[in-house]
Design a protein around this ligand. Structure first.
Ligand code: SF4
Length: 300
């Protein structure tokens, strides 16, 4: 029994080392990929620009007729995977959240984040075409569209612990890692405050909420491996040149069965509460961005 335990322990350790090595390779290759394309003078590629304009037009038209939503089921979004159960319950009840006030600088932060997000997707298309040995390519849908955003949005029904619910969402991208042809999910995030917010001192790992989001995507899209890339919109001094602090970080996430199961448990609990009309307990450590504070007050 002891020998078996030792053997299992050794196998687990070996697996952890292999995962860490794979994570190091993928994150290093992704940062290099983006830095390499941002080191080049690029032509305006009309094929890529046209593809992106078509994408924008299709996103505006936003045809959802092909999505197979099941009526009456509670719907969850991967982006809310880490949220408080009570908040998810309110959302499942379609309760309107509190009105939100944004200051102009906050709206500019959001607008800058969206713009860099779109620019990075464009960079990925240029990179796969113009880097001589591109290690990442953007997967295409059956219709030939880049596998991201509304091009891949989908809804999937689940029955877990006897409870029915569905997950609906879209991702920042599905990439192929060309050395071994594996499919990876890409999640791109921006940070707007200071460059040190993504430095190795302040950021030891990807944010837990972002890792949870990947677990949700894993359930929806069946992908196990993810790269979460953070870009600081604050940059080091222009004159620092090669001594400038890094403004990009990447983290590797491999979603386990246990993580999938835990998220399914959570979704089933919230869905069951919604069907029974029972408010779930509060999780007061998750209130900061919650828009249901006025509904929550006074509910034990
Ligand atoms: S205010 Fe806090 S405890 Fe209440 S629903 Fe929101 S996150 Fe949960």
């Amino acid at each position: 029994m002891g020998r078996l335990t030792n053997r299992e322990g050794a196998a687990l350790l070996r697996e952890q080392v292999q995962n860490a090595e794979r994570g190091d390779t993928l994150t290093r290759d992704m940062i290099r990929h983006l830095n390499d394309i941002h080191s080049m003078e690029l032509p305006t590629d009309l094929d890529i620009e046209r593809l992106l304009l078509e994408d924008e037009k299709m996103a505006l038209e936003s045809d959802t007729s092909h999505l197979k939503f099941a009526k009456g089921l509670v719907t969850f979004s991967p982006s809310g995977a880490s949220k408080c159960r009570r908040e998810l319950f309110y959302k499942a009840c379609h309760i309107d959240g509190d009105p939100q006030t944004f200051y102009p600088y906050q709206r500019r932060q959001m607008r800058n984040g969206s713009a860099v997000h779109a620019a990075t997707q464009k960079d990925l298309l240029y990179a796969e075409k113009y880097l001589t040995k591109s290690k990442f390519t953007v997967v295409r849908t059956k219709a030939g569209r880049p596998a991201w955003e509304k091009n891949i949005r989908q809804v999937r029904q689940f029955e877990h612990q006897g409870v029915l619910f569905q997950i609906y969402g879209m991702m920042d991208g599905v990439l192929k890692y060309t050395p071994d042809a594996t499919k990876l999910g890409l999640e791109f995030k921006t940070k707007s405050t200071t460059i040190s917010s993504i430095g190795s001192f302040k950021m030891k790992d990807a944010q837990d909420s972002h890792k949870q989001q990947c677990v949700g995507y894993s359930l929806l899209f069946g992908i196990r491996e993810f790269l979460i890339v953070y870009e600081s919109l604050a940059k080091d001094s222009w004159t620092k040149n090669e001594a400038a602090k890094p403004d990009l970080r990447a983290f590797y996430v491999e979603v386990s069965d246990r993580q999938r199961e835990a998220l399914l448990d959570k979704y089933a609990e919230v869905a069951q509460a919604r069907y029974n009309g029972e408010v779930l307990p509060a999780e007061f450590d998750k209130c900061i961005f919650c828009t249901y504070k006025s509904h929550c007050e006074g509910v034990a």
